[in-house]
Ligand binder design. Structure first.
Ligand code: C5P
Length: 408
């Protein structure tokens, strides 16, 4: 499975770095070409000479090297890689990746990488359990970075716990699994264009105040990631959210519903559109260009907000015509009579499917990681069990893929 695959291995500064000598040997036994970037800290644990002898390649360490840049260049290093593997991935290095730093050759190469990335974290158990590391790992996984390990066991510091780098055998397996999945045609949406809306919209009252809603964008962003994973050329039009832009997805940032509609129309044509954004229904009719001032506290009359309806993006995308995506999916955030309201929305909006979800406070959908949804189509309703938003995205996108495969 690894025959003639190009793997760029980044060895960072952890004691587990010594195992990477064996990893190089194993990958080469499987037929892979291995190039190595050794960080400065990594070189404290293994020498460039041993890495070079085992990989039979030059070892790269310097960003500002005249000879390396002219011979290979940090961009070519990643462009020629089918997969980038970071092993061991220390807490410090994961933090740099999550932040998007480009302070040395390894981080710069990763920031420029368009190939998939697999990390094998290795650190003390408390470092791995620390909120900062957890958050960094979540950020990276949300961007599509794959992970193997860490395992539980004896740590170099003498403690026992979760933080041990995955065994070389397991890393080789994870790499093999990745290539196998890619080769098995797990990209059935290759060649398809997908448009996703996500997050809330902000409607200006004046330059500092706005009308909005509680949408976190987690579900919409998860759908964009899932479409990209299956190979779709994906455009995400997102309102203001705290989610990172998904890796490999073209993300257009907008604020208002009017801007979101314009960005969606510009993104057409598309094979599928999924409108997961919680578009603010009304906007102030006359947003002030200057901040509305309070006069004396308690004495001024609060401004009356005259609202007008926003354009309905889902309805617009669903309008018949040759620019209509072949499949248009809307969401219905409901607090009661979820299925009945979802069904009514399907008719009203003219879309093909409605994903109706419970956003009552008790369900904890807004901002939470889980969702309970019902997929409503013309002829059936599927009620899915409570799942993570990522799992909802995966299942929805598999159905989108199956439907597009059938549609003429
Ligand atoms: O009408 P309601 O807001 O409940 O409809 C929800 C669905 O319609 C979602 O898919 C949402 O993205 C979409 N929508 C839209 N533009 C609006 C309002 C809702 O695209 N102005």
């Amino acid at each position: 499975m690894l025959n003639k695959r190009h793997i760029l291995l980044i060895i960072t500064g952890g004691i587990a770095a010594y195992k990477c000598l064996d990893l190089i040997r194993r990958l080469r036994d499987e037929g892979a070409h291995v190039r190595v970037i050794l960080t400065k800290a990594g070189a404290e644990f293994v020498t460039p000479l041993s890495v070079s002898a085992l990989s039979e390649q030059k070892v790269y360490s310097e960003l500002f090297s005249l000879t390396d840049e002219s011979e290979m260049g940090h961009i070519r290093l990643v462009r020629e890689a089918d997969l980038v593997v970071v092993a061991p991935a220390t807490a410090d290095f994961l933090a740099k990746m999550a932040m998007g730093l480009a302070s040395d050759l390894a981080t710069t190469a990763l920031l420029a990488a368009d190939s998939p990335v697999l990390v094998a974290p290795a650190m003390n158990q408390f470092m791995w359990g620390h909120g900062a590391t957890r958050r960094n790992m979540e950020t990276l996984e949300a961007r599509g970075v794959m992970r193997v390990g860490p395992g539980i066991g004896d740590l170099a510091c003498g403690e026992t716990g979760e933080g041990r780098m995955a065994e070389v055998e397991d890393i080789v397996c994870a790499i093999g699994d990745y290539f196998q999945a890619a080769a098995a045609g797990k990209t059935p949406l290759k060649g398809r264009r997908a448009l996703v809306t996500s997050g809330p919209t902000y409607e200006a009252i004046d330059p500092v105040r706005f009308v909005a809603n509680r949408s976190s964008g987690k579900q919409g962003h998860a759908i964009a990631r899932a479409l990209h994973r299956l190979g779709a050329d994906t455009i995400l039009v997102s309102g203001p959210v705290g989610q990172p832009d998904p890796l490999g997805v073209e993300t257009v940032h907008v604020e208002s519903a009017a801007d979101m509609l314009a960005a969606c129309e510009k993104a057409l044509p598309a094979d599928v559109a999924v409108c997961a954004a919680a578009v603010t229904d009304w906007r102030p009719k006359h947003p002030e260009t200057r901040k509305i001032k309070k006069t004396r506290r308690g004495k001024s009359t609060p401004p009356a907000l005259e609202l007008v309806e926003n354009p309905d993006i889902l309805s617009r995308l669903s309008e018949p015509g040759n620019r209509r995506p072949r499949l248009v999916v809307g969401f219905a955030a409901e607090t009661e009579d979820i299925i009945a309201n979802g069904r009514a929305k399907l008719g009203m909006k003219g879309c093909d499917w409605i994903v109706a979800n419970d956003v009552s406070a008790a369900a904890g959908t807004f901002g939470g990681n889980d969702n309970i949804v019902h997929l409503i189509t013309d002829d059936k309703v599927e009620s899915w069990p409570k799942m993570t938003k990522d799992a909802v995205a995966d299942r929805l996108v598999r159905q989108i893929s199956a439907t597009l495969a059938q549609k003429p």
